[in-house]
Design a protein around this ligand. Structure first.
Ligand SMILES: [Zn+2]
Length: 190
């Protein structure tokens, strides 16, 4: 039995972008969306060898490239802009309609996580405790269902608030994203 040390590395890039506000029609000015990729490695040693360090850094870079390429595809093919592209106008602080698609896509992530965690905990309680109490396990799962429901309701409230704010806009804009700033990473194959 030895202890493990978890080593992590992260790599980020900035994508410059701007948008014309749908509410006050001012230009946002140049903003940065930060995209990050990370990786981790478990070893027995507190300090990584040079080779392990290189491997970890390369894995983080590969994760960054995969994330960036997925962000690019979603934006250019589906007009779904990652949450890293903040849609709050710097002048009037209103949200923009182009950010709604991403929120809709993400609305189930939190609730599903809550359900999965509750399921694992309730099965764990059943199989690994001495009592093997079904009512306790069911109780834990029921609590997870409630948390999931609350999270989903909260997400839907946020979406409808944004939809309401954005629907008053007369015209629908799209952000201008300067992909050329990260072109070398977009061209890379991982
Ligand atoms: Zn504005």
């Amino acid at each position: 039995m030895g202890s493990y040390y978890k080593h992590t590395a992260a790599q980020s890039v900035k994508i410059p972008y701007s948008f014309r506000c749908e509410q006050c029609h001012q230009d946002s000015g140049l903003l940065d969306a930060v995209i990050t990729g990370s990786s981790s490695l478990n070893t027995h040693s507190k300090v990584l060898s040079d080779r392990e360090q290189v491997k970890l850094t390369q894995a983080a870079r590969a994760a960054l490239i995969r994330e960036l390429q997925s962000v690019y595809r979603n934006a250019t093919q589906k007009q779904v802009y990652a949450a890293a592209f903040c849609d709050e106008c710097p002048h009037c602080h209103q949200p923009q309609s182009w950010a709604i698609a991403q929120m809709k896509g993400d609305q189930f992530t939190g609730p599903i996580t809550a359900l999965v965690v509750a399921l694992i905990c309730s099965l764990g309680t059943y199989f690994f405790s001495d009592t093997q109490s079904i009512s306790l396990s069911l109780g834990i799962f029921a609590a997870g269902v409630v948390v999931g429901g609350v999270l989903l309701a909260r997400n839907r409230t946020k979406i409808s608030a944004k939809q309401k704010a954005a629907s008053t806009a007369m015209e629908h804009e799209r952000p201008t994203i300067h992909w050329e700033a990260v072109q070398d990473l977009l061209d890379e194959r991982v």
